[in-house]
Design a protein. Structure first.
Length: 581
């Protein structure tokens, strides 16, 4: 299952407390004397080692504004709505000059109100070679899948002279989904993402110094590395060597209250209540059989953390979830999640970043109940680590993942842990092959010519691109042969801790374990060889990016056929474009 954690820490650090002795606001000038609004482009400085806990605790909103002004010193400034570049501005900045090129449009409104506008346009086109989806040899789709995304955002901040920091935030994805050719039948087939316009953020939050933070409204949720709760907003960055292009993200209607950073160690404590709008485990009406409504879920969570997110930081959260399907099936579960990161500078141009996350989920559910076990216990464990060593012109990255499996979904316990679908680990094995075979499995299990209808819980069998039942190691290297160009790649090795089984084929075999193509599953999932190149640069105030990625999966014994034949190599490639203003 998927439990949501909060991205509240990011909200709290992004909205530090006011100065200890704020000055009174001066009376506004008459409207006829008010200057034209100053519209400017701001580029945050590249992240460094970060402040100490005590320095972070003492940071004021005024100090943040001063830092932003320093960062914009060499970027174009817009007087009103007419672009007037500074004399020192350069029209082009390349990715090799820093690791954070995210930009935002800022506007100083009358009465001291500050606005930030963001426009994020992305597109992906991907094609994958054919492979068998079931025992009948049904081929996968080879049509090119095109996935556009347009994301608009607006942040309004109250005048800095106010005794409290008040922030209103709006963010929405415009028509976002996937367009492709005909797909094989099955729930959650790669490429079947319907176009939608999800509201990601519409909330109001209040901060008083470092004593209180509170807020309510529609928000996204992200915790730690994004293994369980992932907002879909953490994509590729220079030096990450990641094969990622997130879509969607966890969303909820949330109310929260907290305090911090407190003490020299940056202690933060938060509690929240959520009505879940979207996450991996909450199935919508478009993700189940036609005519069946979607799930509803509520949850309560608490967070404790020390340090500053992105630098040296550690935190824990606990969340309790109550979920109900349209036909009255239920889930009561608790998730415990520990996460931490650390960053260290190694000389003038090198740095090391290491992060980890581990989650344990327990409880009971009838969502996936069987005729012999209508209620099943939950015992699921997942852990992940990421490490990045950036030496300037080149570097290395290492990812590790463990997700518990479940070779017998009909017994007393559901033990298969699923990472969030936006937690990337390669881009072929989990996002394409296993996703498509489990999607086809939902159709085979409910084929009207065989059984008449989908068994209870069958709609939850498709992984929808999430990594599950896996032990994976993914070492990679990257190099910057030219300024602004980064080339990266490496081999992904993956094993299944439990046999990768298809419940329907296993039932037909009298309980003997069978995979999606009716073979006896081995333990090795395969080797995925991935390579990519990306360039990201600033051009007159806009961020442009271009990427190409390709890979080949050498399937292991987990996918062998009934005759013991391992599938041929599976290839996939994609082109990625991006624009940010």
């Amino acid at each position: 299952m998927k439990m949501l954690a909060a991205s509240l820490l990011a909200l709290l650090w992004a909205t530090p407390g006011r100065a200890e002795e704020p000055t009174s606001a001066a009376p506004p000038p008459p409207p006829v004397q008010a200057p034209a609004p100053a519209l400017r482009m701001v580029a945050p400085a590249a992240p460094g080692p970060g402040p100490t806990s005590s320095e972070a605790s003492a940071t004021t909103r005024t100090g943040v504004a001063q830092a932003a002004e320093a960062a914009v010193a060499a970027t174009p400034v817009y007087e009103g709505f007419t672009a007037t570049p500074r004399a020192t501005a350069r029209p082009l900045r390349l990715a090799g000059e820093g690791t954070d090129l995210t930009r935002r449009l800022e506007l100083d409104l009358p009465q001291g109100v500050h606005a930030e506008v963001s426009v994020d346009l992305d597109g992906r086109a991907q094609g994958t070679s054919s492979y068998a989806l079931d025992a009948a040899g049904t081929p996968s789709s080879t049509s090119v899948a095109v996935s556009p995304r347009a994301r608009l955002g607006l942040v309004l901040k109250a005048p800095t002279a106010w005794p409290v920091a008040l922030t209103a935030e709006y963010e929405q994805d415009l028509p976002t989904g996937t367009a492709t050719g005909p797909l094989p039948a099955g729930l959650g087939m790669p490429g079947d993402e319907a176009f939608d316009v999800p509201l990601r953020k519409a909330n109001l939050r209040l901060t008083y110094k470092n004593l209180l933070i509170a807020g309510a409204g529609v928000m996204t949720s992200n915790w730690g590395l994004g293994l369980v709760a992932n907002d879909g907003a953490h994509g590729w960055e220079p030096g990450s060597a990641r094969f990622t292009d997130p879509r969607g993200g966890d969303r909820m209607l949330r109310a929260f209250i907290g305090t911090g950073p407190q003490t020299p160690y940056g202690l933060v404590v938060l509690v929240a209540a959520d009505k879940v709008l979207e996450d991996d485990f909450l199935l919508s009406s478009s993700q189940v059989q036609p005519g069946v409504g979607g799930d509803s879920a509520a949850q309560f969570l608490g967070i404790v953390s020390l340090g500053r997110p992105g630098d040296t930081w550690a935190g824990a959260y606990a969340a309790y979830r109550d979920q109900t399907s349209a036909d009255g099936r239920w889930l009561h579960a608790t998730a415990l999640d520990l996460s931490g990161t650390t960053r260290h500078a190694l000389g003038n141009s090198a740095n090391l970043w290491v992060g980890g996350e581990a989650a344990y989920i327990f409880g009971a559910t009838s969502l996936t109940g069987t005729p012999t076990n209508g209620v099943q216990g939950l015992r699921q464990f997942g852990a992940a680590m990421r490490a990045n060593l950036d030496l300037g012109r080149f570097g290395a990255a290492l990812d590790g993942l463990y997700a518990s499996g479940d070779s017998n979904p009909d017994d007393n316990y559901q033990t298969g842990f699923r990472a969030n679908h936006n937690y990337d680990c390669g881009f072929i094995l989990f996002q394409q092959v296993i996703a498509a075979q489990t999607a086809r499995g939902s159709f085979t299990a409910g084929n009207p010519q065989l059984v008449g209808n989908l068994p209870t819980g069958g709609e939850r069998f498709p992984t929808r691109g999430a990594a599950t039942d896996a032990v994976a190691i993914f070492p990679r290297l990257f190099v910057r042969p030219l300024q602004g160009l980064e080339v990266y790649g490496g081999p992904l090795f993956a094993w299944a801790p439990q046999a990768l089984v298809d419940p329907f084929n296993t039932a037909l075999a009298g309980g003997t374990l069978r995979n999606a193509v009716n073979g006896t599953p081995g333990s090795y999932l395969g080797t995925e060889l991935d390579a990519g190149a990306r360039s990201r640069f600033l051009l007159w105030g806009a961020e442009l990016s271009l990427g190409v990625e390709g890979g080949v999966l050498l399937p292991g014994g987990a996918f062998q056929s009934a005759t013991g034949v391992v599938p041929s190599p599976i290839t996939s490639g994609r082109v990625l474009l991006g624009f940010k203003l």
